[in-house]
Write a protein that binds this ligand. Sequence first.
Ligand SMILES: *Cc1c(COP(=O)(O)O)cnc(C)c1O
Length: 393
Amino acid sequence: MSGIMDYPKNGRFGDFGGRYVPESLHGACVEVERYFEKFWSDEDFKAEYIHILQEYAGRPTPLTHAKRLSDQLSVDVFLKREDLTHTGSHKINNVIGQALLTKKMGKKKIIAETGAGQHGVATATAAALFGLSCQVYMGEVDVKRQALNVFRMQLLGAEVIPVGSGSRTLKDAVNEAMRAWVSEIETTHYCIGSVMGPHPYPYMVREFQRVIGEEAATQFANQQGGTPDFVIACIGGGSNAAGTFAGFVDTKAKLIGVEPEGGAAISRGSPGVVHGMRSNLLQDEFGQVQEAESISAGLDYPGVGPEHSYLASIGRASYKTVSDSEVLEAVTLLSQLEGIVPALEPAHAVAYLAREAGSEIPKDSTVVLTLSGRGDKDAEVVASLISARLGKK
Ligand SMILES: *Cc1c(COP(=O)(O)O)cnc(C)c1O
């Protein structure tokens, strides 16, 4: 393999990435890096990881030709169906990999941060599967907003720890999880949920998600021949996009990441250091991290994985934004044309495609779009927003 998304030297993707952590965490990051490097090049480990993804999580996921959507938009759209995995999103790919690594490290406990609760539920699931104890840090605001996911985690045997510092949301949950990790490094692995944080996390999580892009590239070649003109995915921390892009970065396909207007770390942010990495983030003039705000809790992260900042800086991928109301329309569009109710996060990618078909995405282009998760979790939010809009008319 050779190319743009190779192993980052010193944990750097160009000017981005790195490992900006207190000394007390440095050793633990080095340990994770060593174990990951050792086992990611071990055929038995890889075979076990793939086996679990197949017989437990439902891989490979289909690449679905969205015929009615394609007709309507006059572009040829193929959906990579991460919504069909166990627990309903791509997050399972990463947590299975990290839980397996936790076992190899001889650790008995796994901790995680969560915003909307999706990564927390996925981690609790993997912990149950592997017999690990599990604690999930979650901002108090999110604990209230996402009561059902809190219950799901508890049902799976995990303990949810409410975080009352700062804005009591995702960024504070990450800080608290890192703090907790320091005090129990010997026994505990910190399972980060996206391509963010200190090295090796951005790289490791992308590797555990590259199965999305590799499957999609093979499936597209088999179904359609060649490579698609465009590859589109939504960006929160950036893991489903990074995993998808990994399968296409060495082809001529144009790579597009779609951010929410209210959380556009690449489109509207600037470089800074947060959560152990240097990347683009939303910050004020003093470098204080600002809150992201979007209709989809899963994209409410004020930063973005450093590899995306890098891909943007060299022009290999481009990053676009969509508004909340475009996202709501996209949910309805995909539901009614394809019988697929998308999560609000991938509906960002669909919204961009719907807006730009015939323009930035020329007529008759072929498009692979990653549908990172299913929409059941968002039904209540979507219902109340749609009825509020109908009420206004
Ligand atoms: C968490 C989540 C995202 C955002 O995370 P990334 O790391 O950017 O992929 C996107 N889609 C779904 C369904 C999610 O649960």
